[in-house]
Ligand binder design. Sequence first.
Ligand SMILES: *Cc1c(COP(=O)(O)O)cnc(C)c1O
Ligand SMILES: [Zn+2]
Length: 414
Amino acid sequence: MTAYSYLTHLECSRCGQAYEAEAVQTVSACCGKPLLARYDLALARGEWERASVAERPATMWRYHELLPARQEADVVSLGEGMTPLLACKRLGRALVGIATRALVKDEGANPTGSFKARGMSAAVSRARALGVKALATPSAGNAAAALAAYAARAGLPATVIMPADAPESAKAQVAVSGADLYLVKGLINDAGAIVAAVKEERGWFDVATLKEPYRAEGKKTMGFELAEQLGWRLPDAIIYPAGGGTGIVGMWKAFEELEALGWIGSKRPKMMIVQAEGCAPLVRAFQEGSETAEPWQGARTLAGGLRVPAAIGDFLILRALRQSGGTSLTVSDAEMLAAAHLLASTEGIFAGLEGAATVAAYGKLLEAGTLKPEDEVVLFNTGNGLLNLDQFPVRAPVLPPGERPQPRRMEDSR
Ligand SMILES: *Cc1c(COP(=O)(O)O)cnc(C)c1O
Ligand SMILES: [Zn+2]
């Protein structure tokens, strides 16, 4: 007999102080830092068998023992997770001229088109179960789309504040899902300040990333899936496009939990993050050897998910990079765009600029010798290119009816 969830308490990520998990929580009162969910892993190890997972539905909730919902009825799901892990044999040849062992974890296949669905499924499930009556979030776009969808699914009202230049697809997803949408002339941090200023008087629960404990729990399931999809082992390296870095924090935690269960060994992938040249607070801090990251002034990049000037979980991300022997680097918007075209045309995977950044970074790391062709490397495509169609303008010959197209030159038929 296993528990539906082995959740025991929450813990301050800075000092370890324990907090009640059955109450609505935000950040830790002691340090003002993210709270991490803790589980009775020793008990789970004795009761929960790895083999049971394979028979379960293909959503992230197949790992419900290490997720925060107490019972199945609490789960607010749209089928998120268990996204494809695609071996990419042609990509390496296109990047550096030889075959490499790259895999793409295609998070663009999630509901609402990005991996924000995972975090919101966990956060909204838990918030509703704990009696929250209204939800809100600041967002560059994808978190807003996910919140609106999961709030609708949960039957809860939601309010979203996004930068005015957020993608039309995100605005449309929010509006169609019936959430209240406000646009701000500024960045996601400006949106966050507005939510923070009025949430109490409006009775909103703020699900901004790492300012409540459970979005990271949803995102950690990417780490569980990676292990499961590789036959219960981990790759040599992971390249992740970091904004707030929730996915890095979550996956690093997932690997610790899997080892505590005895499902994997102690080997960890090298955790590598890529940020945009125009907004790289974590890369700068990593290169300076700092434990925390100073906010980035004048953030500029077309990749909305990477336009995050300050990350509340900075010290957790930097620690994971260093403990794993990983690294960090930047790429330009032009390199992201070129990489998106390359990934789509060599492998058929239509990534947004954030996911494409991992492809550009992979090319650079191979060229620098930091990664070898034989290293098994997982690139995270965090969002679907369909969410940002304006970034991919199309030019094509227009034919009058009846006119035959000119044959195109076959420049490269690899
Ligand atoms: C939010 C987002 C990111 C950044 O995710 P974090 O885990 O907060 O670093 C990257 N890519 C896309 C498409 C996103 O929506
Ligand atoms: Zn603390």
